[in-house]
Design a protein around this ligand. Structure first.
Ligand SMILES: *Cc1c(COP(=O)(O)O)cnc(C)c1O
Length: 392
């Protein structure tokens, strides 16, 4: 018990599943051909890439020729935001997104603002939810793209994407959703949801790092992202990352096929964690109580520094994340928690525990055994802690 490691940072990344590694291996060794080569060895690689494309398409209700392989979620988000903006600038220069998107969307939007585009960042409520009404009010004649994530990576809030898709469609505006965290946890059907572009990333669901995909609905006007060879229907040049694409295909098939079996224990663990953590005084749950990913727990402890908390957890073999983890070199608080209205005096005391297939109820109990002591220790050290929350 003492020396066990508890990995609860599955929203940051996941291990590549054994079945996935097995399918990838031949494409690192004997099946090393270039998919663009017309001889047999090349055709084997080409076939493997197309098989993976079909698996990705099937997982989200798309057609095979609407799937484009990329280097991950960041590229898919950047490609969407910049590619749609530049291809449609004759129609308008206005983009709508939310204030809690991943930085891959937010920073791409900020860059576009420097290029003469205008961006509206929709606020969210205290649970991190975007309001469809506010979205409607933000739409202008020159709006060309709406980008709202399916599920948030920090607080797990799941957005009303189907409703947002409907509004986008009614107004003939392209709709992109970052589904990186949602794959394997939320059922996705791009047709039903009226999604025109969707980002996903292999390493968030048991696939390899550095490989993702972008769904682009047939007929969508978007600039090519990389210019060069004719790969990916001339929209994303460069020799395909065949082994990783094979792994991505295998992983997404497993993740979506096993969604229900996976979510059930995750939900049980999530609820046990939340219940246990909220017993610590002056602790608040972040994100929506029910409309949230089965694997996400995010709380704020008052009078605590998240970074110190992580270090003490690390010393106990527990790996988790805080609202400032993405900016660990800066003291910037999480833009997501800030947008949800978490007061700045306490926003640094946040902790994200993101569960995965490997976690067990014993892991949950271990965390619940260790955390209250650590929180108390830190509170005892902080000059901000009121007397009543000091002594144990
Ligand atoms: C991880 C993540 C990304 C970035 O994906 P990478 O493949 O790591 O580049 C984008 N959006 C969300 C919501 C994520 O969680």
């Amino acid at each position: 018990m003492e020396n066990r490691t508890v990995y609860m940072d599955n929203s940051a990344t996941t291990p590549v599943r054994k079945e996935v590694v097995e399918e990838m291996l031949p494409y690192l060794t004997e099946n090393f051909g270039n998919p663009s080569s017309i001889y047999e060895l090349g055709k084997i690689s080409k076939h493997a890439v197309e098989n993976a494309r079909k698996r990705v398409a099937d997982a989200i209700g798309a057609e095979e020729n609407e799937i484009y392989f990329t280097s991950g979620g960041t590229e898919s988000d950047n490609w969407t935001v910049k590619g749609v903006a530049f291809a449609n600038k004759n129609r308008g220069k206005h983009i709508i997104t939310s204030s809690i998107e991943h930085h891959a969307v937010l920073h791409a939007c900020a860059w576009l603002e420097g290029q003469g585009f205008e961006v509206t960042y929709l606020p969210v409520d205290r649970y991190g939810m975007v309001s469809p009404e506010e979205l409607k009010n933000a739409i202008r004649d020159d709006t060309i793209l709406i980008s709202i994530m399916l599920a948030n990576n920090e607080i797990g809030t799941i957005q009303p994407v189907e409703e947002i898709g409907k509004i986008s469609r009614e107004n003939s505006i392209y709709f992109h959703t970052d589904a990186v965290q949602a794959i394997g946890h939320v059922p996705i059907d791009v047709k039903k949801m009226n999604v025109d572009l969707l980002s996903l990333s292999g390493h968030k669901f048991g696939g390899p790092k550095g490989c993702g995909a972008l769904y682009i609905r047939k007929g969508t006007k978007i600039e090519a992202f990389l210019h060069g060879g004719a790969q990916e229907r001339k929209r994303r040049a460069g020799t395909e990352n065949v082994p990783s694409i094979v792994g991505l295909g295998k992983a997404i098939g497993l993740a979506t096929g096993e969604m229900e079996e996976t979510n059930k224990p995750l939900l049980e663990m999530r609820e046990r964690l939340i219940k246990g953590l909220l017993q610590i005084p002056k602790t608040h749950l972040n994100g929506h109580p029910t409309e949230r990913l089965a694997n996400n727990v995010n709380v704020t402890f008052e009078y605590i520094e998240g970074e110190s908390l992580l270090l003490l957890l690390n010393a106990k073999g527990i790996f988790a994340s805080t609202g400032s983890a993405c900016n660990s070199t800066s003291l910037e608080p999480s833009h997501v928690l800030t947008a949800c209205g978490v007061p700045h005096e306490i926003v640094h005391g946040s902790l994200r525990l993101s569960l995965g297939r490997m976690n067990t109820l014993e892991d949950v109990d271990r965390v619940l055994e260790v955390l209250p002591e650590i929180v108390q220790k830190l509170r005892n050290m902080s000059p901000l802690t009121p007397q009543e929350y000091r002594a144990l």
